[in-house]
Design a binder for this molecule. Structure first.
Ligand code: MF3
Ligand code: CO
Ligand code: CO
Length: 276
């Protein structure tokens, strides 16, 4: 049985209990989330053929520090970069390096800023130069699956309703949902309970209550769902080397739905894509 503790009284570790946050906490998450979203907006003009993912990471680091925030991934469990940059068949946790991006690549950039103790976790896909139809369609379906998951994120529904909404839509387009990584509680902790699976059945899992804060971050493959982690210990790739995409938002459950903390202030929710 899951019980709920007031966030202010809860110890700062993952206790397995789902924290419920109040209006001031939501305001803190909004501030952190909006800083992350502004960084992701700025990256739309920076991602170009020839740019290295290390240069992107340098921008993310500096943008954070310039605005009083620290990248949460920096020295997180041995990770040494300020962002994750996942190109083409890389599913997630790609490590920025000095290899230039190439025309036709698609890259996910995942940023989490800690601002006043709150974690704003979000990622978007960026096309590099001119991309093909297949890549564009994958990105569209992945983004729409995230937004369908967010629509299901409301009191009375369960975490299973979120996963089912995402999985049904993705598989309806003959793509697959990655099982090995999931969304997560977020707030004063980077990765907290509950896990938010991007697949499942309606009504399963944990009931959603106002005050819950978590991410939804579906990873979608054009091929099989299986992934493997490379010998660097981080980079997750599709086993069949098929193309993969991901978008992520941090959200909080409200009495009548949810608030998206990481919405793009510049309308750049899907950089380089036109959604019908
Ligand atoms: N930002 C990722 C997430 O969405 C986590 C990255 S952890 C790292 O949960 F160590 F790989 F950076
Ligand atoms: Co996340
Ligand atoms: Co993230």
């Amino acid at each position: 049985m899951v019980t709920y503790v007031d966030a202010a009284e809860a110890p700062l570790k993952n206790t397995g209990q789902i924290r419920l946050y109040g209006p001031e906490d939501f305001a803190g998450m909004k501030k952190a989330g909006q800083l992350t979203a502004r960084c992701l907006d700025a990256l739309a003009d920076i991602v170009q053929p020839g740019v290295t993912t290390q240069e992107i990471d340098d921008f993310v680091y500096k943008f954070g520090l310039d605005h009083g925030a620290l990248p949460a991934t920096l020295n997180y469990r041995g990770y040494t970069k300020s962002s994750c940059t996942s190109i083409n068949h890389v599913v997630c946790h790609g490590i920025p390096n000095t290899k230039p991006l190439r025309d036709g690549d698609i890259v996910n950039i995942d940023v989490t800023y800690i601002l006043d103790g709150w974690h704003g976790d979000s990622s978007r896909m960026y096309p590099v130069g001119q991309i093909n139809r297949k890549a564009e369609r994958l990105m569209q379906v992945t983004y729409e699956s995230l937004m369908l998951g967010i629509e299901a994120a409301k009191p009375g529904n369960t975490t299973g309703d979120i996963g089912a909404a995402i999985q049904t839509f993705v598989e309806g387009h003959r793509y697959s949902v990655v099982r090995d990584f999931c969304g997560h509680g977020v707030g004063r902790l980077f990765h907290d309970t509950p896990n938010i699976l991007h697949y499942g059945r309606p009504g399963e899992g944990v009931e959603l209550k106002p005050g819950m804060i978590f991410t939804i971050e579906p990873m979608v493959n054009t091929g099989r769902p299986q992934v493997k982690v490379l010998s660097d210990g981080w980079t997750a790739v599709t086993r069949d080397r098929s193309l993969s995409a991901q978008y992520e938002h941090s959200i909080g459950i409200t009495p009548d739905g949810c608030e998206i903390f990481t919405l793009s202030p510049g309308g750049l929710h899907t950089p380089g894509l036109t959604l019908e």
